[in-house]
Design a protein around this ligand. Structure first.
Ligand code: HEC
Length: 154
């Protein structure tokens, strides 16, 4: 009886260890791989659309929002741009919050939450890619928006 029992224990132990070790190995490998996974840099293009810059600046009739073309951002240095997005103060010192502009409210209440690298990504995208063709393509959408009279996109 002794031998079969010890054999049984040995076999059980081997099976147990055998059963336990495979899940352990991949889990360790997976958790070891996590820190090495590259953190994607924020996409300036994606942020510019998701945060609403394009909508206010190019997809609404001028009589609703009266926002200038986003091409104006190309006149901003990165520090000036950061100040505008965080505080609503323009590069020429106008406080858009104090003047009750939608840009001032949006800057203080929403855009001030952007991370530094997100601000830089938006700035870079607008400087490098916000072409006249891109502006025309966005503004061509205005007359097609539901509920707007065709003339409103002018
Ligand atoms: C809720 C609408 C709204 C959103 C969202 C918005 N803007 Fe504006 N923005 C405006 C309006 C309106 C003005 C015009 C302010 C004025 O001159 O009174 C403006 C002005 C500006 C100006 C020009 C400031 C100057 O020097 O006169 C820049 C640059 C600008 N916005 C960039 C951005 C960027 C970049 C984003 C996104 C991160 C953004 N805006 C999001 C409405 C918006």
């Amino acid at each position: 009886m002794d031998r079969p029992l010890s054999l049984c224990i040995a076999v059980s132990a081997a099976l147990f260890l055998g059963a336990c070790s495979p899940p352990t190995a991949p889990a360790t490998a997976a958790s070891a791989a996590l820190p090495a996974a590259p953190v994607a840099a924020p996409s300036g293009e994606r942020m510019t659309y998701v945060v609403g810059c394009v909508h206010c600046h190019h997809q609404l009739p001028k009589q609703i929002m009266n926002a200038p073309s986003l091409a104006i951002a190309q006149t901003y240095s990165l520090p000036e741009f950061r100040t505008l997005l965080r505080t609503g103060v323009t590069r020429d010192g106008r406080d858009l919050y104090a003047t009750e502009s939608a840009m001032g409210f949006t800057a203080r209440e929403q855009l001030s939450y952007l991370k530094e690298e997100e601000v830089a990504a938006i700035h870079r995208f607008l400087r490098e890619s916000w072409t006249a063709e891109r502006v025309a393509a966005e503004e061509a959408k205005i007359p097609q928006m539901p509920g707007l009279p065709p003339a409103a996109g002018g």
